[in-house]
Design a binder for this molecule. Structure first.
Ligand SMILES: Cc1cc2nc3c(=O)[nH]c(=O)nc-3n(C[C@H](O)[C@H](O)[C@H](O)COP(=O)(O)OP(=O)(O)OC[C@H]3O[C@@H](n4cnc5c(N)ncnc54)[C@H](O)[C@@H]3O)c2cc1C
Length: 344
């Protein structure tokens, strides 16, 4: 095992898609699983696990501890059942490289998650989802280092607590995800298309299947139009994707509001409302600006750094939007990214 490299006082803005965040106490880059374990075990005090930096908002004062930057790589087939395979993916593997590989190999189940930034190991953290798929549909095990018991655990989905943009791993520094196992169907066709906008753009009915590459290409096109694919030259993508989750209301609360809003009914009677609709109706249009920060010109849910922003300015903008929605509708918006050393 080679030693992980550690550098003091590194500016974390270089490692986040928002390009925000102050200095790290120490930044350690791990390219092997053994290095992750060694650093997590011996680091004195606080440890922040960082991979793609695409779902974190780090305070302007940075993080006064050890930042462990995950850069492990690797995808391998660990089980072959003929009509399906189980693929084990290293935590630091870029997520979209894995999706591209699966599509190329004729493995079906993650194609609608094309173009999402960040690492494979972070996908269980908030049960990454888009266009009708979420990783909870295909994850069969999460291999995680449990800092409490100092053991490596193989956690089946039942132990992961997957829910809408949530899991046992989110807001919890007990576990470091080392590898993730996905079961994918061996099929040239996509999983059934569930998302109406995607089906419309593919020219099919919801529930139909299309070619894997066609599904990937169409998702990438839709995402690009919304500034949801990273592009260093496009400041509309200097974000964490959606800043707020879509609020989920209980049946009684929804009925009491009497709101004429688009919504998705849940199996348990709950109702999910698009946060973007609420934000727009509360008076915040695309491009609404704060100090060096703004709502993306392509996507109402993305709060972006225009280049001169600070974390505090971004959070100010988020507070303005949240308070506006609360004032107009009495509905509370909650942040989707993990806030580190800062608060909304
Ligand atoms: C343009 C854009 C579009 C996006 N679109 C979507 C989308 O469609 N759907 C969606 O769900 N998300 C989306 N996101 C959010 C983000 O890409 C995902 O949440 C992604 O999985 C984060 O991966 P990351 O490696 O960047 O995680 P980081 O930002 O590095 O980390 C996020 C959190 O996970 C923790 N973490 C990361 N890796 C590990 C690990 N191995 N073990 C333990 N904890 C870990 C970190 O400590 C932190 O708390 C988008 C973001 C951007 C910028």
């Amino acid at each position: 095992m080679s030693d992980a490299t550690a550098a003091p006082q590194t500016d974390l803005s270089a490692y986040t898609t928002l390009r925000l965040g102050g200095p790290a106490g120490t930044l350690t880059v791990a390219t092997e699983t053994d290095q992750i374990l060694a650093t997590a075990r011996k680091a004195p005090g606080k440890v922040l696990i960082l991979a793609g930096g695409s779902n974190v908002v780090i305070g302007d004062d940075g993080f006064d501890g050890t930042v462990l930057l995950l850069r492990t790589r690797g995808i391998r087939v660990v089980e072959d059942h003929g009509d399906s395979v189980v693929l084990r993916v290293a935590a630091g593997e870029p997520w979209d490289d894995f999706v591209a590989y699966a599509v190329e190999q004729g493995f079906s189940g993650v194609e609608c998650l094309s173009g999402i930034p960040g690492s494979a190991g972070a996908t269980p953290i908030q049960n990454v989802g888009a266009y009708g798929q979420e990783v909870a549909h295909t994850i069969v095990a999460v291999h995680a280092y449990d800092r409490r018991s100092d053991t490596i655990r193989v956690m089946p989905p039942a132990e992961c607590g997957f829910a809408y943009r949530a899991s046992v791993f989110k807001h919890n520094d007990r576990f470091v995800v080392l590898e993730v196992d996905f079961r994918l169907a061996r099929s040239p066709g996509s999983a059934p298309i569930r998302y109406a906008e995607l089906a419309r753009n593919l020219g099919v009915e919801a529930g139909d299947r299309v070619g894997l590459q066609q599904a990937r290409d169409t998702v990438l096109k839709l995402r690009e139009q919304k500034g949801m694919v990273l592009d260093p030259a496009d400041r509309d993508t200097w974000s964490v994707g959606s800043f707020f989750t879509n609020p989920v209301l209980g049946a009684a609360e929804w009925a009491a509001l009497g709101l004429e809003a688009p919504h998705w009914p849940g199996a348990d009677g709950s109702v999910k409302i698009p946060a973007a609709w609420l934000i727009e109706r509360a008076g915040f249009a695309k491009g609404f600006a704060g100090d060096g920060v703004a709502i993306s010109s392509k996507h109402t849910l993305a709060l972006t750094n225009r280049g001169e922003g600070t974390t505090e300015a971004l959070l100010d903008l988020a507070r303005t939007v949240r308070d506006g929605v609360r004032g107009k509708f009495g509905i509370e918006l909650h942040p989707e990214p993990v806030l580190i050393n800062c608060a909304l």
